[in-house]
Design a protein around this ligand. Structure first.
Ligand code: SF4
Ligand code: SF4
Length: 349
């Protein structure tokens, strides 16, 4: 394991970005977002939750798929996808890191999404433990340990005036080699200080207001033969009413992965692109023959049935929520997945 003084982090960022594009939490117009680093960037490495999650680096909000050039009766296909370049994403919290396994199960299953796959191959993930988890966090409900994030190529922790750096994979080792002159090896005393830091984080997590939130209701037979008990539960009749179908919750969510594919007439040809979509929108399921979800109740229910019932039913009981809490702070009418879980009795373990 290695360490670097926090005050020397700009040197670390510069060294990483000398070899690859570096993305990390940056303050932009008063918001904290994953953006490409430059020496002028206002890095906010202590920001716990970027407005949009880290998924955008692998699954962009909008991207070109292909273009068509039309001349007379001929249509030529033009491959103009944005080429994936090697990059490092630094400061990924445990919840966002876990979201990549959920996105992988969707995009890397047959048929593989080659756009997503090439970014996953090019990306090096540097996670960062959460020194100060907030009251909207409930990653522990899904077995995520914010004190020791899993799934990264490198794991980092900030404790006191130091950042600890632990390579976890071949990609992480290769990146660490490039930074040889900047990182220092840790001592036994450092390792002890890090263990204390992890204990401190876990003590904070245990005291959070949502520490006891449980999704046990959404398990066992309710994921199979008893699924209709959840689908037709009276709770939906009240829960959906607050929702104004803005779609904010789906765009900020690290695990939401629905998209639309559209054609745009540039005047010289057609550009086919894909962009994030939202199951909360009335035209989300609109098809040539009609729309199977014509009410907001159905659309609202779909979002949470997918996260808490359909996805775990098809993925060995793994839920499609990582407890990041973004939807708790960003929904304009304070509706969120925690309210849904609690309405099904999820408050006590
Ligand atoms: S953010 Fe809130 S109001 Fe907007 S779609 Fe989601 S639940 Fe509905
Ligand atoms: S549903 Fe809400 S808490 Fe769960 S992963 Fe999505 S934004 Fe985070």
């Amino acid at each position: 394991m290695y360490k670097i003084a926090k005050e020397r982090l700009p040197e670390l960022y510069a060294a990483i970005s000398a070899g690859k594009n570096l993305y990390l939490p940056v303050e932009d117009a008063g918001q904290c977002l994953f953006e490409k680093w430059s020496p002028e960037s206002k890095v906010c490495i202590d920001c716990l939750k970027t407005v949009k999650s880290a998924k955008e680096l692998f699954f962009p909000q909008s991207e070109n798929l292909i273009s068509f050039k039309i001349s007379g009766k001929n249509i030529d296909l033009v491959e103009d996808r944005d080429p994936a370049e090697p990059f490092v994403i630094f400061g990924v919290r445990a919840c966002d890191a876990k979201s990549f396994t959920i996105l992988d199960s969707v995009f890397l299953s047959d048929p593989v999404d080659t756009f997503y796959k090439s970014r996953r191959e090019m990306g090096v993930i540097v996670t960062l433990a959460c020194s100060e988890p907030e009251e909207t966090c409930f990653c522990g409900t899904f077995g995520i340990d914010a004190a020791n994030p899993a799934g990264g190529d490198v794991t980092t922790w900030i404790a006191g005036s130091l950042l600890y750096w632990k390579p976890e994979t071949e990609k992480g080792e290769a990146l660490t080699k490039l930074l040889g002159g900047i990182l220092e090896e840790t001592s036994a005393k450092d390792e002890k200080a890090l263990e204390t830091q992890k204990e401190n984080i876990r003590a904070i997590l245990a005291k959070l207001p949502l520490a006891d939130l449980s999704v046990d209701y959404f398990s066992g037979e309710r994921l199979t033969e008893g699924l209709n008990d959840v689908f037709y539960a009276p709770q939906w009749q009240e829960l959906y009413k607050a929702c104004i179908a803005c779609g904010t919750c789906t765009f900020i969510c690290p695990t939401c992965q629905c998209y639309d594919i559209r054609d745009f007439d540039t005047g010289h040809g057609i550009k086919r692109f894909r962009c994030w979509d939202s199951c909360m929108y009335s035209d989300f399921t609109k098809m040539a023959h009609g729309n199977p979800r014509t009410s907001q109740l159905e659309r609202f229910r779909q979002r949470f049935m997918h996260k808490l019932v359909y996805y775990p039913a098809n993925n060995d009981g793994e839920y499609s929520c990582v407890g990041c809490g973004r939807c708790l702070s960003k929904c304009p009418v304070s509706m969120n997945i925690v309210k849904v879980i609690k309405s099904f009795g999820g408050e006590s373990k």
